[in-house]
Ligand binder design. Sequence first.
Ligand code: GUN
Length: 312
Amino acid sequence: MPADTRGASARMGCFNAFTAVEADHLSATILDGLALARQIQSEVAQDVAGFTQSTGVVPCLTAVLVGDDPGSEVYVRNKREACRKLSIDGRVERLPATTSLDELLVLVERLNADPRVHGILVQLPLPPSVDAARVLEAVNPAKDVDCFHPENVGRLVQGRPRFLPCTPHGIRRLLARHSIETAGRRVVILGRSDIVGKPLANMLVARGPGGDATVTVCHTRTRNVEEITRQADILVAAMGRPRLVTAAMVKPGAVVIDVGMNRTEAGLCGDVDFEAVRDVAGMITPVPGGVGPLTVAMLMVNTLAAARLQQP
Ligand code: GUN
């Protein structure tokens, strides 16, 4: 039964024999981000090959990693591995946690000026002693594959993006892949980060395909969060709190997107209590294997786009 129909049945209390029999083992459709990411990466690999053949240029992404945050180490390793598979030149500039703002700005300027480097990614979080906004603002907007530069954020808000931010873009592609309509739907986003919550809200309210949604962003000061999340046709959990989204917060049949990547003593888990919520939701992303791989895939898309942009 399609997720929507199931949700509607549950909402309206339609307990005919069919739904009653099924009710015991209803479970949400799993949205497989890993499979989609692999498909996108194989398409990008072909595009990279064509680009390199026609221009003689190998797209290059340089990640800047400051300090030794274990989560960042994993992210950067995954990005580098993806570059290798796609024949993108993936480089890492490692700096100690004691690096000053000025030293970091010198490195960013060097990468900005290097014509062989097409994409620059400053891995976040930066050590607290460094003003991250100053560093992100120093990246050449044409090389800003994260879409964190104020010029690129402004363009996104105005509906004329240069790049789309990787995680929100991955989420949008996943929704499109599963024919999940956003126009006129209620989307609730938990978390107002610059990386996910704010840009995703902007993309979903934008006019056109993949947009036109009615979006609510909840955060730590939001009151009656459960009341709001239960209205969501599409619920996005991106607040970085392990398993905070419970079954009681989810409307039956809703699409639940889990952006969380929490390293707990019990291992990696999302922001959604997956085992409980899968019995209520119509569709749900797993962690791992949901949004995470899509973020990396979209970074590869942006790196190739940046390399194209920089061709004379
Ligand atoms: N840290 C966590 N997610 C991200 C991301 O998407 N980009 C960067 N640069 N840092 C991150």
